[in-house]
Design a protein around this ligand. Sequence first.
Ligand SMILES: [Zn+2]
Length: 69
Amino acid sequence: MNFFNPQRIAAMLTGEYICPECGGRLIFEDEWETVLVCQCCGNSIELDRYGFTDDEYESLYPTEDELDN
Ligand SMILES: [Zn+2]
C-alpha cells in the first residue's frame, strides 16, 4: 500500500481534487488544507483519505489491537 495513490498523485499534478461521490470539484474547507469539500454536493473528505476507500485507508495504519501485541 502506497500512501500516494494514483488519484492523489494526479491531484498534486493538476491541483484539482475530484469528488468521489459526484465527480465535482473539491476545494479546501479551511486555510490549513486538511479537509476537502465538494462544491456540488457538499461531500467532505479529509485530505489524508483522498483517493482511498475506507478499507484501504484503514489498512494504512495499524489498529490499536495490533499495537497491543
Ligand atoms: Zn460531490
